[in-house]
Design a protein around this ligand. Sequence first.
Ligand code: FAD
Ligand code: NAP
Length: 555
Amino acid sequence: MTTVAAASPTVAPEPEQFDAVIVGAGFAGLYLFHTLRGKGMRVRVIDAADGVGGTWYWNRYPGARCDVLSVDYSFSFSEEIQQAWVWTEKYAAQPEILRYLEFVADRLDLRRDIRFSTRVEAAIYDDATASWLVRTDDGLTCTARFCIMATGCLSIPKEPDIPGLAAFTGPVYFTSRWPQQHTDFAGQTVGLIGTGSSGIQAGPEIAKTAERLLVFQRTPSFTIPARNIPLADDFMNEIKADYAARRQAARRHPAGHLRPITRRTTFSYDDKERREAFEGAWQRGGQDLFGVFGDLIVDEAANAEIARMIYDKIDEAVADPATAAALKPRGAPLGGRRICLDTDYYAMFNRSNVTLVDVLADPITTVVADGVQTHGAHYRLDALVLATGFDAMTGALLNIDIRGRNGTPLREKWSHGPVSYLGIAIAGFPNLFTITGPGSPSVLSNVVASIEQHVEWLADLFDHMDAHGLRVAEADADAEQAWVRHVYDLAAPTLMIKANSWYLGANVPGKPRVFMPYVGGLDVYRDKADAIAHDGYRGFHFDAETPNVRATHAA
Ligand code: FAD
Ligand code: NAP
């Protein structure tokens, strides 16, 4: 008889313990990691990507670039980094921004403590130990006192609700999950679905190499020429000579970057002056237009007046009158949805290889094996590009099974829309923090400036907790409700709530309709957050010890 050794039971590895777990290694995760490690905290960063960069890792589509000046859309916290880096274009393209973030990660030696290619599936708060248990898709777990979501506002692609997508036999490219390998559209008929910022940037680049490009447009967007240019060394040197002052001014600006700003109203100009002011801003390009008319986003008549001037520009730029008419945004005010910046978008429609397909007039019914079927036509395609947007602001947070006190799921708490204190903390979810969460200026500002504000504010909160022997911080439900009301009250008088935009969750079927970003400006928000800190973190309550330790003391 042979004896068989009893199989040893598989023992799950003990969770690794950290002071903080950070989910995400984009702008937010990198700066947060650097900051917390600088405090001597033991930190684990986790990202689903196989490299740093977040947005700029994933969105590699042709034409992707920032819409805030490169010199401002970058970290300000390190004089050494801002002096060392040289931006080559007014609006840097994706490869350059990714290289920048890789450079930052290397300079600060961040990569070695980041777990890449790993998705966080769950974060569960344990009341007994006052710590977070974080579980990843590779079966590993770790625990941490703090769990910080640096998961991004625009990081979860929205799958378009078009039947039959799986039947398409050619390649399908999401702009937000663009492959790392070179994509070549030469000789191909390409269908582009989606005409928000991503589609508007990608179209003109794809048109340069594809044999044909069909742009399937449902809702036309307002877009303004970026007028991107290379940056001369002299210009960069000038910026660097006084970078600190520029950054300081950006921190005090509502938008977090130095775009012009005015209180002057549209109808305070006479017709000629107004046209000239508009023309000047249009020729300068970029976001200058917002700086010329101070009432665009609150006054319907002013808004319609500027929209009309943009219609004239479309008529000037697009040779075919029917195409020009179809490209004119309608049904929503200028700025109700994110305004795009483009390079040669309207001119693209004058190319003989580009066709606009108005799928508002003739809706797509299904994708079929060899193309797209609308009610009235069949379009044969070799490749499909989907620029169909994101489950913005809440998508990445609700993708993770986050459970707070008493096992309450965030998905349940936010079932009627996100509620949060300052967009940073959530009542019932102690020591969980969100960078640029709903209720913060985030996507209505230079997001990097917002990220820096959040990270620095949190770092101060952690210092405060250490100094006072506090282990747990949690937002009060009352303070949270008051903040949500404040965010709504600011948005209500604006025209921004009058459009079906992703700011309101309107692009995702079934998503609660709640205006998510803070419209009051980064400067005002910063002052409010600082005042809250100054008042001993008003609206937060703290525990000095873990509950189980308290229980032991009590016994
Ligand atoms: P992200 O860069 O989105 O990084 C989040 C990271 O979290 C991602 O790498 C993701 O993989 C990871 N992650 C999420 N969930 C999980 C999970 N469950 N497990 C593991 N990892 C996870 N803003 C501007 O201000 N100016 C611009 O010009 C501008 N241009 C943009 C262009 C594009 C194409 C897009 C999509 C957005 C743009 N934005 C712009 C917004 C942009 O998202 C922010 O500026 C900024 O990059 C956000 O950084 P972040 O670190 O907060 O998030
Ligand atoms: P988006 O603005 O949400 O645009 C998505 C587009 O896809 C819309 O035109 C939408 O049409 C269309 N679409 C979605 N589902 C569709 C369907 N089933 N059939 C037909 N069309 C469909 O997304 P995005 O362009 O990716 O931009 C998102 C945000 O990312 C921007 O607003 C901006 O904040 C940021 N971004 C910035 C830049 C930059 O310039 N730096 C570049 C890219 C992205 P409908 O509107 O009709 O739904």
